[in-house]
Write a protein that binds this ligand. Structure first.
Ligand code: NAD
Ligand code: GDC
Length: 377
């Protein structure tokens, strides 16, 4: 096996090389494929000769449809018939669809996201089974881990087994854990290979960067770009996380799908930082040096990091793109987006603050209208 080496966190990571097998027209379906991670995966698969169906209720803001898929089903995956129609003839099904966001979204939208995400997960899994897909990928999250293992800023790295016994901090994490188990059960009961990765805070160009759903990497870049005197941070800034650059995430998902790994694995780096250092990294790209202002906000767990023993053992690979390299690309991409909006005359003077998204039930109310029966029934 040939190998490639990269430097991450001062350590040399030796990764086995991988070439994505040519698609030769193999049909794949990507739920949530117009979203951040889904669209990057869809684009890579399409470029490699796969016939890609994307199903998403929103359009991609940054790419024309034919750049990342062959068929775009613009519909709601909480309807089983939409999932089944989209999976017809597909050999591989990827579930990257979810009501998703950073701390400013998942804490304040628990009921709606648990209903919707559970429905999406059930439907795509059942659709994949009915349509005879041989492989199914589920995008889980580090949020699935037990909160008791994340109370210290010096998190030694969450091992996959730390998810059980279960006590995720919120419903988003619990729904991820339930959907993992449902997928694993389908894998045991039916003829379908299941692959599951727990993503650790994925960031990069074309990710959500405003509106309240953005995660810390994009929020910090946007705030540094648009602040003039100080930069706001939720909490005391000592909370720690590890982050994953989008290219590593896509690579990991495709390596996993082309492996025989049946275990749920972490997909994240082991380069853990506190939020003070992280925002200072964002400031360094343009030599900014503003004081930080610590304000109240949704802070999530105290410390989170990935343990990569299992992914190294199973895939001979682990994410290795450093924070400074990944965040620099993200920072200048967001800067360009802000400048584009300014040229278009849009209001950007509130971008130095982050919002918390209020829960609304409008998407739920679109489903389940009473059935009109004829009088004879
Ligand atoms: P994203 O919000 O950019 O993409 C999710 C996509 O799902 C969106 O395009 C959205 O429109 C679509 N979607 C939501 N509800 C739908 C519905 N009812 N019908 C059809 N489409 C629907 O988020 P992302 O960052 O690309 O995340 C992809 C997956 O990875 C999600 O399952 C998410 O929970 C998981 N994940 C992401 C991260 C991260 O840091 N980005 C971390 C852990 C897990
Ligand atoms: O939102 P997030 O990136 O999610 O926040 C990381 C830390 O940064 C939190 O402690 C948060 O309070 C802090 N923070 C400070 N200021 C800000 O302006 C801000 N915006 C944001 N968003 N955060 C700020 C995430 C989930 C995801 C996903 C990943 C998996 O949790 O939100 O849905 O599943 O985890 O790793 P985070 O890392 O807590």
């Amino acid at each position: 096996m040939s190998e490639e080496s990269k430097v991450s966190n001062g350590n040399v990571v030796t990764n086995a090389s991988f070439i994505l097998p040519a698609g030769n027209g193999t049909k794949v379906c990507i739920g949530g494929g117009a979203g951040f991670i889904g669209s990057h995966i869809a684009k890579r698969l399409k470029e490699n000769g796969y016939h890609v169906t994307v199903v998403d209720w929103k359009k991609n803001q940054f790419m024309a449809v034919d750049e990342f898929c062959d068929v775009f089903v613009h519909d709601d995956l909480r309807k089983l018939e939409v999932a089944v129609e989209s999976c017809l003839g597909c050999k591989h099904v990827y579930n990257l669809a979810a009501e998703m966001g950073g701390m400013g979204f998942i804490c304040s939208n628990e009921s709606v996201l648990s209903w919707s995400n559970t429905a999406i997960s059930m439907n795509l899994l059942e659709a994949a089974r009915r349509c005879g897909a041989s492989q199914f990928f589920y995008a889980s999250s580090a949020c699935a881990y037990n909160e008791a293992k994340q109370e210290d800023t010096n998190n030694p790295g969450l091992k996959e087994s730390d998810a059980w016994p279960a006590r995720p901090q919120d419903m988003y994490g619990l729904e991820k854990l339930y959907s993992e188990e449902m997928a694993l059960t389908y894998g045991r009961d039916f003829n379908m290979e299941i692959r599951i990765a727990r993503f650790h805070n994925v960031y990069g160009p074309r990710g959500t960067w405003k509106g309240g759903r953005e995660k810390a990497p994009a929020a910090f870049c946007r705030k540094v770009i648009t602040s003039t005197s100080e930069v706001e941070i939720w909490g005391d800034g000592k909370q720690t996380r590890s982050f994953t650059y989008i290219d590593d995430c896509v690579e990991g998902v495709l390596r996993l799908m082309n492996s025989d790994c049946k275990d749920v694995i972490n997909l994240g780096t082991t380069e853990m930082v506190d939020m003070i250092s992280f925002v200072k990294c964002a400031m360094s790209f343009e030599n900014k040096n503003m004081p930080l202002k610590y304000i109240e906000g949704p802070v999530g767990v105290r410390g989170r990091n990935s343990n990569n023993d299992l992914i190294r053992e199973k895939l001979g690979w682990e994410p290795s793109i450093s924070i400074v390299d990944g965040l620099r690309k993200t920072y200048f991409w967001i800067k360009e987006e802000v400048e584009k909006e300014r040229r278009e005359g849009k209001i950007t003077n509130n971008y130095n603050k982050s919002e918390v998204v209020e829960q609304v039930d409008d998407s739920l109310m679109k489903l389940g209208n009473p059935v009109k029966r004829s009088k004879l029934n």
